[in-house]
Design a protein around this ligand. Structure first.
Ligand code: ADQ
Length: 748
């Protein structure tokens, strides 16, 4: 409306001004026309009256006859009066209506043929016409016309002109407003299209802007939009809080809703039949599951995993699918069934007795058996077939998880060459010397290089991978572009440090820290003043649980004042318990805890509280919140999510993290107390420092770590992989188009 007024008001003013100027002009013109009319009329009357008047004037007693003649003439409504003057300028005959103020022209006086006379009753037109006979001048015939009709018509003209201009104004305003409105909408739509990038690329001008008026600004606007978008993307990367919505947006906008499949050994939900025959759902204690579950919730894809739960077969449909999470199903698991022998050979054997210790270098010898390798290959083949079976498109995005599936990427690539395969390696990658003892090293490396992208937690692991490929394969390793070309197929090698969801969902159900402290101390039978350290791990020799206990023992040795005032709660989820090495570890961990407790314990006080069991996530978080310190003492760990979970759980900005320098997490969280877990003295001192650290110092360290974990959360981890996949797919499409264009031009 305001826009319309902007057009209408000046238009109205301009038209009023024109009307104001035009009315007197028109008035004058019409007056002239009327005067001319009256002159012609007067001349006509005078000419017509010439003869009769000559005759009448010459007759004796002509006066009455002339006057009657004049009276007849003035019966015409416009002729007001008529008179006859002799050549000397004397009025001889005049009608009674003849105005006194109109005189005869005097002898010798220059007379204008006609003039206007303004009387009180209105304007009169006076026309003086000579009357002559046979060359002799008889006098002048003065014809007076009433001009009041001119005034009336002038009033009418003014009125019509006003109406005319008003009508013109209305029509022009209407047309202007309609055109302005249509143009405005067109421009707005055009500019919106430019801003949103929806304006199609025009074939001719390359700008795609249909409104020609917008073309001059289109280039500038598009450049501006591009700059803003680049800035926004940079901000997305660095500042915007990554969450499920950002992931969904990437899937929708960058990947256009492409199909996503995850392949992992461990399933995110396990159905277990209890002794009382009730089916229970368990969430496994696994960093991988912790990281990928929120991603899958956001993607609604398919997760292919080994169905290892005792009630897994009873809960799937005919296609071996089950929808999860149980409380709000949003994606599906496709379960793959393995025989006992297969599981033994592929999972416990090659993966966990071979590759796991091979990559961790935690001084546990890897075991390589030929039959394990055979099972490993056939299970990889089974999972690869399942990926092909599950994919509804020819080019899905396949996220392959971990060292259980080193051969699968190539197998999938051979069957689905258009698929984008991202393999993420959750554990460390060792140096070439360490890796070189694997009897099937070339097959494993070649299998992995079937991936489009291979991801590691740290650059150090990426570099080890480059060195290993360089050493054992005929491949072109390009450390500048972080890519490897093997058999003409490129694979990018990237660093994607894994993380946890932010905010962690278990926190939503938990009370404030003070209440968690009280509750946990009650559960563990501890006094309110007892300082508490926690360790949360799968029971695995790489986690340094023995070294951790030794550090606690050394602390109590060095600072006996802590006896009775500090205890350490270790939560250890049973893991891979059919492997000898893990059974040994279980026994050694229990024995060491007992020994330390015997040494320093008293009635009602055990310095080590060992719980070898699986807790649900909210209890784990409750324990973190109740603790004064958390000690992560891994001897080697790809990342270690416990460290990040502890940080995320402490919204009170208290608690101290002691972190092994051999974890990937140590590179991201230098504000933790970083220790070498093999150095028992140093670790004991670190526990003492943590217990005596001032609240301000604790807050400063925790706050910085919390910012990092919040910003670099699991959505960002997954999002960056998906964005790289999108970039790669886009590049592939462009190259395919370029190749097609080249082929076409050659054919021409
Ligand atoms: P993991 O070796 O399993 O993961 P980690 O990263 O520490 O190790 O994750 C363990 C997960 O299990 C955590 O979420 C923790 O809360 C949970 N957990 C541990 N003990 C538990 C218990 N008793 N009860 C319940 N939950 C328990 C591998 C690599 C890591 C890498 C992850 C992710 O070894 O280096 O960080 O994958 O890539």
């Amino acid at each position: 409306m305001r826009l319309s007024l902007r057009f209408i008001v000046p238009l109205g003013i301009a038209l009023t001004a024109i009307a104001y100027a035009v009315v007197p002009l028109v008035d004058r013109l019409t007056l002239q026309w009327f005067v001319r009319d009256l002159e012609i009329r007067s001349t006509t009357i005078a000419n017509a009256a010439q003869e009769p008047l000559t005759a009448l004037v010459r007759e004796p007693r002509a006066r009455q006859k002339v006057l009657r003649y004049f009276e007849r003439i003035i019966q015409d409504e416009r002729i007001f009066a008529i008179g006859f003057c002799d050549p000397a300028g004397k009025m001889l005959y005049a009608t009674s209506t003849f105005p006194e103020s109109v005189r005869c022209p005097q002898a010798g006086e220059a007379v204008s043929q006609s003039r206007l006379v303004q009387l009180e009753r209105g304007p009169l037109h006076v026309s003086v016409n000579p009357v002559a006979a046979e060359g002799e001048a008889l006098g002048e015939l003065v014809i007076v016309h009433d001009m009041s009709f001119v005034q009336r018509r002038s009033e009418d003209t003014k009125k019509y002109i006003f109406y005319l201009f008003a009508a013109i104004a209305a029509v022009v305003a209407l047309i202007t407003v309609v055109i302005a409105e249509i143009s405005w909408r067109g421009w707005v739509a055009g500019i919106k299209g430019l801003i949103s990038g929806e304006a199609p690329l025009g074939a001719r001008d390359g700008l795609g802007v249909t409104a020609p008026e917008l073309r001059p600004i289109a280039k500038d606007l598009q450049a501006l939009v591009r700059d803003l978008e680049a800035e926004r993307h940079a901000r997305d990367e660095s500042q915007i809080l990554w969450g499920p919505n950002v992931l969904r947006r990437i899937l929708r906008e960058d990947l256009k809703g492409d199909e996503v499949l995850i392949v992992s050994n461990r399933e995110p939900y396990i159905h277990v039949r209890r002794k009382d025959n009730v089916i229970e759902i368990q969430r496994p204690a696994s960093g991988l599951v912790t990281a990928l579950e929120p991603v899958m919730r956001a993607c609604s894809g398919t997760w292919i995993a080994h169905g290892g739960g005792s009630a897994d077969r009873d809960t799937v449909d005919q296609q071996d699918h089950v929808m999860v999470p149980p409380e709000k199903p949003s994606y599906r698991i496709r379960r793959v069934w393995l025989s006992k022998e297969e599981e033994q050979g592929y999972y416990y054997g090659l993966a966990n007795e071979g590759l796991w210790p091979l990559c961790h270098i935690a001084h546990t010898r890897p075991v390589f058996r030929a039959e394990d390798w055979t099972h490993y290959k056939s299970v990889n083949r089974r999972f690869a077939d399942t990926v092909v079976d599950e994919s509804r498109t020819e080019d899905p995005i396949v996220l392959v998880q971990d060292y259980h599936f080193t051969l699968l990427p190539r197998m999938v690539h051979e069957r689905l060459p258009q698929a984008t395969i991202i393999t993420f390696w959750h554990i460390p990658w060792p140096n070439p010397e360490a890796f070189g003892i694997l009897p099937w090293r070339e097959e494993v490396l070649a299998g992995l290089l079937g991936s489009s992208i291979i991801g590691f937690h740290t650059q150090f692991h990426c570099n080890n991978f480059f060195d290993t490929v360089d050493r054992f394969l005929e491949a072109r390793v390009d450390r500048e572009t972080f890519s490897i070309s093997h058999g003409g197929e490129p694979t990018e090698v990237r660093r994607y440090p894994i993380s946890i969801e932010w905010p962690p969902s278990p926190l939503a159900k938990l009370p404030p820290v003070a209440e968690c402290r009280t509750r946990v101390r009650e559960q563990l039978g501890l006094g309110a003043e007892m300082l508490l350290g926690v360790g949360v791990d799968r029971l695995d020799y790489t986690k340094g649980i023995l070294e951790r206990f030794m550090a606690v023992e050394r602390l109590l040795d060095l600072e006996p004042s802590w006896v009775g005032r500090f205890c350490f709660a270790q939560l250890a989820a049973p893991s891979r318990s059919s492997i000898d090495e893990y059974q040994n570890l279980d026994a050694r961990v229990r024995a060491l805890a007992e020994r330390i407790n015997r040494r320093f314990g008293r009635p009602g006080y055990d310095p080590i509280l060992l719980r070898i069991e699986h807790y649900d996530a909210s209890r784990v978080y409750e324990l973190y919140r109740a603790a004064d310190l958390c000690y992560v003492s891994s001897l080697h760990d790809g990342m270690n999510l416990v460290a990040k979970e502890f940080v995320a759980s402490r919204d009170d900005e208290q608690g101290v993290l002691i972190l092994s320098q051999f974890t990937g997490a140590a590179r991201e969280l230098p504000e933790a107390l970083i220790v070498n877990p093999y150095d028992i003295e140093q670790s004991a001192v670190a526990i003492h420092v943590a217990l005596t650290m001032q609240p301000g110092e604790r807050r400063a360290r925790m706050r910085t770590m919390r910012h990092l974990v919040q910003e670099f959360n699991v959505y960002r981890w997954a999002g960056r992989m998906l964005l790289d996949a999108a970039r790669m797919r886009q590049r592939r499409r462009v190259m395919a188009r370029t190749r097609a264009a080249r082929r076409e031009s050659r054919a021409l």
